[in-house]
Design a protein around this ligand. Structure first.
Ligand code: NAD
Ligand code: ZN
Length: 574
């Protein structure tokens, strides 16, 4: 047998089956067919293979897939010092998913009904959570994991999109592909096939952060912030309006529970998302002698969190960053992801960074002082997720949104919590496999194709949430005109926007702006528009061929819908 190429990780797979062991070996792109070895003979076979390979620049791995009887494997010692990776059998199925599936369920009908939910990161790495068959199906349906890789499972019939593992494909080979991918991604190696001497460093970027929920974060009895800060010096970047309302409490808290605190303000409003404001924060942090391991804490809405986050990503080439959002939009949208942007040359979010924070502390008590219109703006991003990702979330906002806007997001308290938490979860589940947005097809971009141009055309006079709502209305009308979504979907969206006071089309929104938006979207998303539209409540689709004429026609209808709504209100008021 000739060995695989030397610079690639070598994988040997051993899978237990009723008749003995299935073995195969290989590296990326070429695997031997799995062969059956009767019990007892397989260890010698492994030694023969591994002994024949010169392990220079090669990371070798033996991959073991758990057999049905739960027996211990007697190989670990025999094969040291080579790293051993083991996967559950079900995860090997994941390798059979089409490359563009980022979230799906695997059902392994041959392994005692075990199932799992799998997400794939943009680096191609799989994350797997095992669960009992029924739970997996339920969770899969609930959170839009409607794609399934199935091996001999009847339950898979319930799903809309099933990739069946063909009988001749061996699970072992699927698992080997996984291991090769996992190993190829990280490490330093010499590329011997290159014409000049060449070393390659590869490291996957990883991120992990917590969204903590608490009440009254600056109460002296509340340890949440002090624990997150963990004794490090703190630099607070605070929205000016928030500082006015909460400043005394913050300062008291800082004095009692934190050490070395400094404060700087961020002016309210989109104009603050500027290079000058970022530079100002960095200057103030330097003046306060914030060390490299000090923490920058952003306290405010999306504007403050964006500016403070970008400053944190630059200060000392990256200082730890914690977010304390004080708007609904900040909590359910900004604080959930890793993006920080400022406007530049009149262009929305032209400069920015992907920079994972250490976390966020969400405290709904802040929302009591937030004007109702700002709560509506926050709901705009919640409706976005509900409409294309999660029908339950959409229904919950239909049932409770209006009341929550009227009560400063306090009543009904149970639903305030459930809606925010679910919105955060749905968003995180969508971001997780594509955190750095390598894949330009993103459901969270629903409402963000026309909105950017609309914001720019108004010179950022219109709130972000309002522009997103107008965009969603246009996209839904386009989908409805094409027969992609039913009239009923549009009706429900219009009714919900009416209740949340989001049914508006800004004056500045005209044919030219919409055409410009389509051009920019194409540039921003790698040559395609990838416009998200609803298919039905809770399910979205992507369109790449929307024309300016279509957008204009949608605008006419949107303007008519809004006018009709105003007339209805006026006559109800008479
Ligand atoms: N980085 C991201 O991933 C991301 C995602 C979505 C939106 N954004 C950005 O977020 C911004 C919008 O955020 P926003 O809607 O939170 O707006 P915002 O930050 O402008 O805040 C809205 C207003 O509410 C005030 N305010 C904030 N908290 C308050 C409180 N508790 N009580 C009283 N007043 C309060 C502010 O002073 C401001 O006037 C936009 O610039 C948008 O581009 C960023
Ligand atoms: Zn947004």
């Amino acid at each position: 047998m000739t060995g695989p190429q030397r610079t690639e990780p070598i994988v040997v797979v051993a899978e237990q089956c009723d008749e003995g062991w299935e073995l195969c070996t290989g590296a990326a792109g070429h695997f031997s067919a799995a062969r059956l070895y009767p019990p007892g003979a397989w260890q010698e076979q492994l030694h023969e293979w591994l002994g024949g390979i010169e392990f220079v620049d090669v990371r070798a791995v033996v991959l073991l897939i758990a057999g049905g009887d739960g027996r211990e494997y007697p190989v670990t010692e025999a094969l040291l010092p080579f790293p051993i990776v083991s996967f559950p059998r079900q995860l090997a199925l994941a390798a059979f998913a089409p490359a563009d599936w980022s979230a799906f369920a695997v059902l392994d009908g041959q392994a005692g009904g075990k199932c799992g939910l799998v997400t794939r990161s943009e680096a191609g790495r799989f994350y797997y959570a095992e669960s009992a068959a029924d739970d997996a199906c339920l969770a899969a349906c609930n959170f839009g994991f409607w794609r399934v890789v199935a091996a001999g499972s009847a339950a898979a019939a319930a799903f809309q999109c099933v990739e069946r593992v063909p009988a001749e494909a061996r699970l072992a080979i699927g698992a080997a592909r996984l291991a090769v991918d996992a190993l190829a991604a990280d490490g330093v190696c010499r590329n011997e096939s290159a014409s000049r001497p060449q070393l390659r460093l590869a490291r996957r970027r990883s991120a992990g952060y917590d969204i903590i929920h608490t009440e009254r974060v600056f109460d002296l009895e509340n340890d949440c912030l002090a624990q997150a800060v963990d004794g490090r010096p703190v630099f607070f970047a605070v929205d000016v309006a928030v500082l006015k309302l909460y400043g005394p409490g913050m300062r008291k808290y800082a004095k009692a529970k934190l050490r070395h605190c400094a404060f700087a303000t961020v002016r309210s409003g989109e104009a603050s998302k500027s290079w000058a404001q970022v530079a100002y924060l960095c200057r103030q942090a330097e003046r306060a002698e914030l060390p490299r391991d000090g923490i920058i804490v952003g306290v405010g809405g999306g504007v403050t969190l964006d500016v403070a986050g970008l400053a944190a990503s630059l200060y000392h080439r990256g200082a730890p960053y914690l977010r304390v959002p004080t708007t609904l939009l900040g909590m359910v949208d900004v604080a959930v992801g890793i993006k920080h942007g400022i406007n530049f040359k009149g262009r929305k979010s032209l400069l920015g960074a992907f920079y994972p924070p250490i976390g966020a502390i969400n405290d709904f008590a802040f929302l009591q002082t937030l004007p109702g219109s700002e709560l509506s703006n926050g709901f705009s991003e919640v409706v976005k997720l509900g409409l294309v990702r999660d029908s339950l979330l959409f229904r919950w906002v239909e049932d409770h949104g209006e009341r929550l806007v009227r009560t400063g997001y306090q009543d009904p308290a149970e639903w305030a919590f459930r809606i925010a938490l679910r919105a955060e979860y749905v968003m995180m589940a969508d971001l997780h496999p594509n955190l750095y947005e390598k894949d330009r097809r993103r459901f969270p971009d629903f409402g963000h194709t026309f909105s950017t141009a609309i914001e720019e055309a108004t010179r950022f006079a219109i709130p972000h949430g309002e522009a997103v709502a107008a965009d969603m209305l246009l996209a839904t009308i386009i989908a409805n005109r094409r027969g992609i979504c039913a009239e009923k979907v549009l009706e429900r969206l219009v009714a919900l926007f009416g209740a949340l006071d989001l049914l508006k089309v800004p004056q500045a929104c005209n044919g030219e702006v919409l055409a410009q938006a389509l051009t920019s979207a194409r540039l921003h998303r790698g040559g395609r528009i990838h416009m998200v539209v609803p298919r039905r409540i809770g399910e979205g689709a992507f369109l790449d061929d929307v024309t300016a004429a279509e957008a204009c026609a949608a605008l006419d209808r949107a303007v008519n819908i809004c006018a009709a709504q105003r007339r209805r209100f006026a006559s109800a008021g008479d």
